[in-house]
Ligand binder design. Structure first.
Ligand code: ADP
Length: 533
């Protein structure tokens, strides 16, 4: 069902969007937290190195002969110094953190300098580590190898016990070359840790910290999204249901009305929706025009069946009458007069022939409707072809006391067409001209070239066709009132009302056109246009 599919798609898209946003946030948060930790570790390592170097230099200085007085500096000087050492890219809270951390180191330096020249720098590191936001693991190495060639560890924070950070990270940096590097992630005591290294000529400082808090923060975010996902799913499903119902309602209404329209009430139409619903209006107008076409084709079929049965009814009734009459005569006298029998039989043959022509005509039209009527195309000169028909036609006109004219141009008019069917077309037009032109009138067969086309046909000086009938005469079984009322015996035999319908089907099949120019009382001209080869 479309509605369910829409809801499922909608819910799926919403859930995928929430999941994608969650995944992106997860990655961004994880990266920003690890970057932040790396920068902080590097700062801590730098501060620790500074502390170690200052204190050891001071110790050396105090142990020398000239005692050096440590001149206290102003707060502003220290802040300026901190700012000068901080890269420009660092701003906001991070900048404040850095300056404060620098300030704290300096204050510890100065306090310890004033307090006692013998203060142990490593105590200060411990103190700093304890008072810092993180309980960092710190290891300080002296760069001068001891007698065994190993780098002596001169300090380790308690949280390291006796384990070496250098062993964990030694593949991540080069103690000879690197001065300040972040060491990335590593495993220490089954814990993921990140670290930083800062080195001077004398010392190397490794600072490391567990990433547990990062994992906690990002998994908190993940939990929030996992909690949000089912809620989003429920909201999306309900919302989708409401939206799809609203969006599909007009279509359901249209479908209901369309269902009501059957063969019996094809004149009914679906009412137009509001102006703003363009797509709906398009659908409704398409359906309505389809119903319109259906209606007219139903009407045509109904009209056609009634006309066809009507046309067949008359000859059948005559045939039956004649047979019954014959039977009665035979029953009465046991014998039948030869001349009477012959006349009845010839009348019957006429009716049978008429019915045969109707059935053949209908068969041809049905084939044309079904696209089963095929053409046997050949290329020939139409002017020459018409000239040969005109010779026979002239004899027929003389029989009827009509004057015949041939206005066929002497040029060639090469076309590609079905000769037999084209002969049928011309003879139909010619036959009509004979039927509807009174004695003494004129019949003309004409052909002229015009550009890439040839125009040809038959014209007469007969009774003509009223304007309102001119487009109907090509319909099946259509006869003008005039033609119906003036039916002599000859007309009854020859007039079927199918001739022009057949002509039009054949010309359509040749991709041509047929038109009529006529004025009642003056005559008619049937013009066919076909493309030249
Ligand atoms: P029919 O067998 O009745 O001639 P057609 O389909 O050939 O059937 O013609 C349809 C109707 O068109 C005729 O009944 C007649 O009323 C009219 N018609 C056709 N040709 C002519 C013509 N040359 N002059 C006047 N009316 C014509």
């Amino acid at each position: 069902m479309l509605r369910i599919r829409l809801v499922l798609w909608y819910a799926f898209l919403v859930v995928m969007t929430v999941a994608a946003v969650g995944a992106i946030q997860y990655i961004l948060l994880y990266r920003s937290l690890t970057n932040e930790l790396d920068t902080a570790l590097l700062d801590d390592a730098r501060a620790t190195l500074r502390l170690v170097e200052t204190r050891t230099t001071q110790q050396l200085a105090t142990s020398s002969t000239t005692p050096k007085t440590n001149v206290p500096r102003s707060l502003k000087d220290i802040i300026d110094e901190a700012l000068a050492q901080t890269p420009d890219t660092i701003k906001g809270d991070e900048l404040t953190d850095r300056v404060l951390s620098y300030l704290m180191n300096e204050m510890l330096n100065q306090l310890s300098a004033q307090d006692s020249s013998a203060a142990n720098p490593f105590d200060l590191i411990v103190e700093r580590t304890l008072t810092s936001k993180r309980n960092n693991m710190v290891e300080i190495l002296a760069k001068a190898p001891d007698s065994s060639g190993k780098l002596p560890v001169i300090f380790r924070t308690k949280n390291l016990s006796s384990q070496s950070l250098y062993n964990v990270y030694k593949n991540h940096f080069s103690i000879e070359r690197d001065t300040a590097v972040t060491l990335g992630s590593s495993i220490f005591n089954d814990d993921e840790v990140r670290g930083a290294y800062v080195g001077s000529k004398q010392f190397g400082v490794i600072v490391s910290f567990s990433t547990n808090y990062i994992d906690d923060t990002v998994s908190g975010l993940l939990r929030t999204y996992l909690f949000l996902l089912p809620i989003a799913l429920v909201i999306a499903s309900l919302g989708g249901l409401v939206l799809s119902r609203k969006a599909l309602k007009p279509f359901e209404e249209i479908a209901e009305t369309a269902q009501d329209i059957s063969a019996k009430n094809l004149s009914q139409r679906i009412s137009m929706p509001a102006r703003q619903d363009r797509e709906l209006r398009l659908l409704v107008s398409t359906l309505n025009s389809m119903f319109g076409r259906l209606e007219s084709s139903f009407e045509r079929i109904a009209q056609f069946s009634s006309d066809a049965s009507h046309e067949l009814k008359t000859p059948l009734a005559i045939l039956r009458g004649e047979i019954e009459q014959m039977q009665r005569k035979i029953a009465a006298s046991q014998t039948i007069d030869r001349a009477a029998a012959e006349s009845m039989l010839s009348s019957m043959t006429e009716e049978v022939a008429r019915m045969q022509r109707i059935v053949e005509g209908l068969l041809l039209l049905a084939k044309a409707d079904d696209h089963r009527l095929t053409l046997e195309l050949e290329t020939f000169d139409l002017a020459e072809f018409l000239r040969s028909i005109a010779e026979d036609a002239e004899i027929l006109t003389i029989d009827r006391e009509l004057t015949f004219h041939s206005k066929i141009v002497s040029d060639q008019a090469i076309i590609r067409a079905d000769k037999t069917k084209l002969y049928q077309v011309i003879m139909n037009l010619f036959d009509n001209a004979l039927k509807y032109t009174p004695k003494g009138g004129e019949v003309t067969m004409f052909l002229e070239r015009s550009g890439k086309e040839v125009r040809f046909g038959v014209s007469d000086s007969g009774k003509g066709i009223a304007l309102e009938d001119q487009d109907k005469i090509f319909q099946r079984f259509y006869r003008t009132e005039e033609a119906r009322s003036h039916r002599g015996a000859e007309y009854v035999a020859r007039s079927l009302g199918l001739g022009l319908a057949i002509v039009k089907s054949i010309i359509d099949l040749h991709q041509g056109q047929i038109e009529v120019e006529s004025e009642p009382g003056k005559g008619s001209k049937f013009i066919i246009t076909l493309p030249l080869v």
